[in-house]
Design a protein around this ligand. Sequence first.
Ligand code: NAI
Ligand code: SOE
Length: 387
Amino acid sequence: MRKLNVAMIGGGFMGKAHSIAYAGMPMFFWPAPAVPYRRTLVDVTDELAKNAAERYGFEKWSSDWRSVVEDPEVDIIDIVTPNDSHAEIAIAAAQNGKHIMCEKPLARTAEESKRMLDAVKAAGVKHMVAFNYRRTPAIALAKKYIEEGALGKILNFRGTYLQDWSADPNSPLSWRFQKSIAGSGALGDIGTHVIDMARYLVGDISEVMAMAKTWIKERPVQSGGLDKLGTVKASGNVEKSAVDVDDEISTLLRFENGAVGSLEATRNAWGRNNYITFEIHGEKGSVFFNYERRDELQVCFSSDPEDRRGFRTVYTGPAHPYGGALWPIPALGIGYTETKIVEAHDFIDAIVNDKEVSPNFEDGYRIAVISDAILASAEADKWVKTK
Ligand code: NAI
Ligand code: SOE
């Protein structure tokens, strides 16, 4: 069985998720296209890197990503750092001939994303951007319905990504609230997942008309770089600093194929946790998905008898996308990890069997162009084209 050596840059939340995915992938997909081998973990200090390497099962650790991307023994560079370092690491990795998995958003801006895309194309390496949610079986099933024509011509896409972990003003000013690191706020952090779904399910977006709001203008300064996602809050009379990114984005969408739609993203919606939803209306039917009930896809068809017509629930399982590799009983429970395991499989399959994989840096770049257009539209208060 072929082995591929992975070096992971970043040992936080996504360092954990991607490590589980590499470990778990061959347990689900067997025979695996290759077995990913957790070789080196990099973080900003030796202490952090050693700690994460031990915890996530890596053989070596380092605090110098530059020497690691030059290591001839490394096949894959997996970038799970905050957004400001994605471009520099990915370009260096491509120049050293490494295949690259990069977390979303691809970078802070379309300009940075384009440089990354140019670098991987010039190097001829495989590249993937980790918009993993589309690998939820129920979302892939929605795609199947659409491709088979079960919904007819698509008219409308209505997408949301709502969370509440930063609704409390005492949630600290982590890197996700700083434009110089994150690029944008709720838009880049969570809205981009829905843009990826919209493009995957309906097609590319041609024009946007957006509003942006920053509800909480300053937050307590935090010590340390790791984003604890609101689980550790400041109290008392603490130093605060300005938030310079959006808390909330709402935008209308026009698609290239004539469909219309909308997207809302906020991390200030009390009561909503990982509320990623879409409802898609076509001339012959509709689908509805809610990630908080991710084993389920709601479907409704105009061809159903009038007195029985309404949404019904399909529970995903072995008969559905990725079902053969995942669990043998419908509704046994798809988790976040499973989406990452499928993602890791499809990336390694693309490397070993020389296949195209998506979403890749081309998709990441298009999503960055659309994101930049959303911010420009909100600023100018008018429709902005994305091409
Ligand atoms: P985090 O704050 O939990 O961890 C980031 C880690 O990277 C920290 O350990 C930090 O010390 C390290 N780091 C920072 N700069 C570094 C550098 N130059 N070299 C080496 N290590 C460095 O962040 P998290 O949540 O893991 O986010 C990382 C990336 O993953 C972001 O781009 C984020 O948008 C994305 N993300 C994607 C998710 C998804 O569902 N696909 C979920 C959460 C995050
Ligand atoms: C925080 O909003 C976050 O961790 C995002 O960064 C991820 O992309 C999302 O999937 C979960 O929430």
